[in-house]
Design a protein around this ligand. Sequence first.
Ligand code: ADP
Length: 546
Amino acid sequence: MAKRVRISLANKCQILFGSAVLLIITAALSVGWVRMSTLVFEGQQETARKLANAWLNGKIELGAAIQSVDEAVAPDGIDQDLTLTLIRKDEFDYASRDPFLDAAIERFQTRNDRNESFTEARDPSGKPYYRYARAIRRSDLSRIRGGLAAGFSPTVDSTAIADPLEMVLLLQHRAQMAQQQLLLNRISIVAAGLIAVLLAIALFWAITTFLILSPVRLLRRTAQKISEGDLRTRAEVNTGDEFQELSNAFNHMVETLKASQDQLRGTNKSLDLKLDELAQSNVSLYEANKMKGEFLANVSHELRTPLNSIIGFAEVLQETLRERTGPVDEKRKRYISNIILSSRQLLEMINDLLDLAKIEAGRMDLHIAPLSVSDSLEGLLNLMRPQAGKRNISLQLKVPPNLPVVQTDAGKFQQVLFNFLANAIKFTPEGGTVTLWAKAEPTVAPGGAASIPVTHIRVAVTDTGPGIPVSMHEKVFEKFTQLDQTHTRESGGAGLGLAISKELAKLLQGSIELESQPGNGATFSLLVPLTHSSKAVPLMPDPVEA
Ligand code: ADP
């Protein structure tokens, strides 16, 4: 891009004013210049006319050199101050070699009211002289006798027009005085113009500098100081005009700016205080949450021990009953299996609570190691088979060959998929199908700009169950959220499985996605990176950072 020339306001004013003054004065003087030339020309014409009249009337002796037509039309012009030539009708043809005479004769012959012609000419050496041509018509002949007494006599032409042209008188004179005057006057005009231009420019310079530029410069200096942070400085302009008003407005603006800056400082201070308070409450909250987690972990642990004994003893009782021969007390048998089922559900819930508490307290440890995804999925499916068999649900595994090995925590990875599978089996109606599938997936790293492809593994569970409405897709991952309570009553669950899975996925540096429409089944997928940058993602913000 072309660099723009920067011209200061002072230079702009001087250039523009200077040019304007030059233009105005030149225009004004050119009128006088033209008028003066016209006056000299008209004066010379008038003189020539008077001389011609006087000579024609025989009133004065001009002392002019009488020239023949040959001499008059010769290209070297005249060598005397005043010459006189009388051109007769029969010499018109010869005289028309001279363009001035030719034009004059033509005019005189065609128009009765045109009787003179005047021009300024230059001789071969460049000196100016004036030429005056005067028509002498038939009617003039009786009147003008004096000059004609020199012996010129008219030729009478019977075919002539009303007042035909008989002769042409040509007067040529140098008028040196007039030329000198003209030159002197022109020099005076140029000198006057130059002086006027210089004076006007000097005056304009003084006016712009002292009246306009000095307050502008003062305002600029003040603005610069303010932009450098000095809010105490003020513009002191006392010109009593718009500049003073501008400086007052400017000062007022600075006052307002300073006031709002002070106000902002105050607000900032109180914000800092609030931030401190917030940080403190954040730390206390973190501590409280940690304590809550620890409490929950301890209580759950204390609950699990007696619950395990209840389950153990109930199972012993169930075994004893099974081994007993003779009539079986069906009621007792049912009570015992109810105790075992309910205790197991309770234990499952306590385990979930314990997991959640551990995650929230940041106590969940990760054991990153290479994991063969296909082996792990096969094992999981075998584990779920009895449960699926009870509900006549077909379990399928779809894993492509050569699935890469993943660096992850196998326990947490399997726990998430176990939750997906357990839910799928639980919510799919009898005779349905649950498919466990996996695939390698290149995804773009978050942040996008660098667009580095990162290979992830997607492991998903697709069922043919009732599906989940889109409006509930976010909600099902919240703690204690269940869409249909009847299932819970039948097959347990506290609405914690998906919440735990989501947190576990975060720990594995992955994510969970849900695709489902009511009536079309559901697909829950876990997306984990091929490698885990072993630093675990903190679930609670670091209190120091907060
Ligand atoms: P729960 O212990 O109730 O299974 P989860 O957190 O695992 O708790 O699931 C929360 C809720 O999400 C479930 O109660 C159920 O309403 C819904 N849900 C989860 N998985 C499925 C699925 N595969 N099909 C339909 N609904 C599901």
